[in-house]
Design a protein around this ligand. Structure first.
Ligand code: HEC
Ligand code: HEC
Length: 403
């Protein structure tokens, strides 16, 4: 009786014995997770009206050039270190010698996404969003505005994190793991950059032909990857190194520092540097607050020009505006050394509306001279200690002479 009842129960539920067995096997870990996949940049694919066939073609070219999340590959032209990529790629595990692999998925993917699109499962909850690496655009670096960051710059970001954002510090990871992760970030960037180039390129296709079926596509891919690789290789030649003779001496007296701060204040509020336009006359970051960073601006423009596109459906996060920094808090995402702030003002912040302020050459008519940028560095660094920035109990009461 019992038996009949229970088989009736399973039949009602539509579960056969074998199916139940498969479920149990799955639960006990005998089943394999499906392999991780790179996701195409669907916003670009659909907004550029790539047909389904062309999307498959681009995906195939990308796989040929860069492999998969479990089996990365690097063409010689990319100048990437495959050994490092393999340590960072793949599922979280240890190899026979106990070396950890799958570092990117362990530490980064839940924010930055398997494809480096900045849209991992945690991303929607963060402001600012994690970086989308696929454009090769980075903010906090030592190089000229549009240049790629150096490997050292990426290392700094990993070691220090990005203060004031969700990007944590990975200071405790051993050096070889940091190296592997840096290589992997560059790899994801290059892959994303190639994808964008393939979308933008116009190919001579016959009816029904896909780009991966073109005989010349291997050659074109090599050329584009070589160009992208070259940009990354050049980064270290484009580091902003201010002239040591023009830098303020380290043994300045308080009076000398006060003179420089006053000159910086003048520039900050003046028309030439125009910092107040965005940071506000208060320096609280309450000037221009309705602008976007490059990633969100692209989405905002698409939402205006193609209102029928469902951007969320294509994997995009909701569009967000960017706020200029509140300079009274003393939190610097790109580093707090005077040199870091110098570089931020010199080149601006790539990918954000903050413009570069330096003269293109020492005798250029427009832009700020190195001494003026140092004045601004002094002023910016004085702002958190300005009496208006302090909590009321720390305000310095003006001295009153007794009558
Ligand atoms: C909790 C979420 C989170 C995790 C985990 C995380 N990041 Fe980030 N990351 C961010 C956010 C948010 C930003 C953007 C900061 C900004 O734009 O100011 C960022 C920015 C970056 C940048 C760009 C810096 C620049 O100059 O533009 C790099 C590179 C980066 N992360 C690498 C990594 C790597 C590698 C890992 C894993 C080892 C990682 N991140 C883990 C959230 C995260
Ligand atoms: C067009 C708007 C705009 C102008 C003009 C502008 N900024 Fe910014 N600034 C921003 C934005 C936006 C950010 C935040 C960028 C980000 O984190 O992505 C920022 C960030 C900063 C930071 C923070 C850097 C860090 O590491 O966190 C400093 C310092 C700064 N600006 C100084 C200045 C100075 C000095 C000037 C004038 C020479 C200036 N800004 C002009 C928009 C502007």
């Amino acid at each position: 009786m019992m038996k009949a009842n229970s088989s009736w129960f399973w039949a009602r539920c539509g579960l056969s014995g074998t199916l139940l067995g498969m479920l149990l096997l799955g639960l006990t870990g005998c089943g394999e997770a499906p392999p991780a996949r790179f996701r195409l940049n669907m916003v670009e694919m659909v907004s550029s009206e790539m047909s389904r066939d062309q999307q498959i073609g681009i995906a195939n070219v990308l796989t040929a050039a860069f492999g998969t999340p479990d089996e990365p590959f690097a063409m010689a032209e990319a100048e990437l270190d495959l050994k490092k990529l393999k340590a960072a790629a793949g599922a979280v595990a240890s190899d026979q010698l106990g070396n950890e692999v799958g570092l990117y998925r362990r530490h980064c993917a839940h924010c930055h996404g398997i494809s480096g699109d900045g849209a991992g499962p945690t991303a929607a909850f963060l402001n600012p969003y994690p970086r989308d690496y696929r454009q090769g655009v980075y903010k906090f670096k030592s190089t000229e505005r549009v240049a790629r960051p150096t490997r050292d710059d990426l290392r700094r970001v990993l070691v220090e994190g990005v203060p004031g954002t969700a990007m944590p510090s990975f200071r405790l990871l051993p050096d070889h793991q940091l190296d592997a992760l840096i290589e992997y970030v560059i790899y994801l960037s290059m892959r994303g950059e190639l994808e964008q180039r393939l979308v933008a390129e116009t190919f001579d296709l016959d009816e029904g032909e896909r780009i991966d079926q073109l005989p010349e596509v291997a050659e074109i891919t090599k050329e584009v990857v070589a160009e992208i690789g070259e940009k990354w290789a050049q980064a270290s030649d484009l580091v902003i190194n201010p002239d040591a003779d023009l830098a303020p001496p380290t043994d300045r007296s308080p009076a000398e520092l006060a003179v420089s701060i006053a000159a910086g204040r003048e520039l900050f509020h003046g028309e030439r540097a125009a910092c107040v336009k965005c940071h506000g006359t208060t320096a609280l970051g309450d000037g221009e607050t309705t602008d976007f960073d490059d990633w969100n601006k692209r989405l905002f423009k698409l939402s205006e020009s193609k209102p029928d596109l469902d951007l969320a459906e294509l994997g995009a996060l909701p569009v967000r505006t960017i706020r200029p920094r509140n300079l009274r808090q003393g939190i610097y995402r790109g580093g707090r050394r005077p040199l870091d702030i110098y570089r931020r003002i010199h080149a601006g912040i790539n990918g954000s509306p903050m413009p570069g302020s330096a003269k293109a050459s020492p005798d250029a008519a427009v832009g700020l001279a190195a001494e003026e940028i140092w004045n601004l560095v002094d002023y910016v660094q004085s702002l958190p200690f300005d009496s208006l920035s302090l909590p009321p109990e720390q305000l310095v009461a003006p001295k009153r002479e007794r009558l």
